[in-house]
Design a protein around this ligand. Structure first.
Ligand SMILES: C[S@@+](CC[C@H](N)C(=O)[O-])C[C@H]1O[C@@H](n2cnc3c(N)ncnc32)[C@H](O)[C@@H]1O
Length: 251
């Protein structure tokens, strides 16, 4: 998904459910922090606010534009220690290591087992010895379904209102899920409506492919959970939440 048209609405509809999880993990680590797939900076700017040096990379120009706007307008105090870089996490070379690397809210979108190995290898190559790499992705049971989500309404500055419609379609043959998103923005009482659409694919990522790819990258699993409170990962879990570690002796 390019997020070209919808980056402006991204934060309005985020659940915010995992923010505390990543803030708490960051506090257990030292040194600079890297987010893979930083999006609008929803999590990273808050970590920077705690006084950490942070780097966020993303392959979407639109998401990075939004993150930079927020840094300038809402988080000016972190500008000197927050770098935002256009890059692909599959081929990353920042020539720097980090004490904490993470990828929140399905930033990890490896479409194949090889992609996942490549992404985790990128993370491992940028981790300082003893550093942590954490991420969360939608579980197979939440991805492998066809459904229409209830419309959600949000109020925007200037009296504007936006309603989001989401249709999720699972293709069993291809074992892939596509999303169609429609945003309708308007000012109540006026007739003009702006419609914005975006389509994207969601990869099905299983516990087994995660374990394989982490082992390939030389990372050790510290915990694997089904939610952000450390609950067990079951067939019904909504997420897969993983914390892994690079050994102190290196790989
Ligand atoms: C669902 S958003 C999550 C954004 C942010 N991590 C958050 O928690 O709010 C996923 C982000 O990952 C980015 N992304 C997906 N694949 C990527 C890749 N291969 N390299 C860099 N960024 C990627 C997308 O552009 C998007 O901004």
């Amino acid at each position: 998904m390019s997020y070209e048209n919808i980056a402006q609405y991204y934060d309005q509809f985020g659940t915010g459910e995992n923010l505390g999880f990543y803030l708490d993990l960051a506090a257990t680590t030292a040194g600079p922090v890297l987010e893979l797939g930083v999006g609008t900076g929803r999590v990273l700017l808050e970590i920077a606010k705690l006084g950490r040096d942070v780097v966020g990379i993303d392959s979407s120009v639109a998401m990075l534009r939004e993150a930079k706007r927020k840094r300038r307008e809402d988080f000016p105090e972190v500008s000197g220690r927050c770098r935002l870089i256009l890059a692909d996490m599959l081929s990353l070379d920042l020539e720097q290591t980090f004490g904490f690397i993470y990828s929140a809210s399905s930033g990890v979108q490896g479409g194949s087992a090889d992609d996942l190995r490549g992404i985790f290898r990128s993370a491992a190559d940028h981790l300082a010895p003893g550093g942590l790499f954490a991420f969360d992705v939608g579980s197979p049971s939440s991805m492998r379904k066809t459904t229409v989500l209830p419309p959600e309404r949000r109020e925007l500055p200037g009296g504007r209102v936006v309603i989001r419609f989401v249709a999720q379609a699972y293709n069993e043959l291809a074992d892939k899920t596509t999303y169609d998103l429609l945003f309708k923005e308007f000012i109540p009482g006026r007739t003009t409506t702006v419609s914005v659409t975006e389509t994207g694919e969601g990869a099905i990522i299983t516990r087994e492919t995660i374990e394989d790819a982490l082992a390939y990258a030389g990372l050790t699993i510290k915990s694997i959970a089904g939610d952000f409170e450390g609950g067990p990962l079951t067939d019904d879990s909504k997420w897969i939440v993983v914390v892994s570690e690079r050994g102190k002796a290196g790989r």
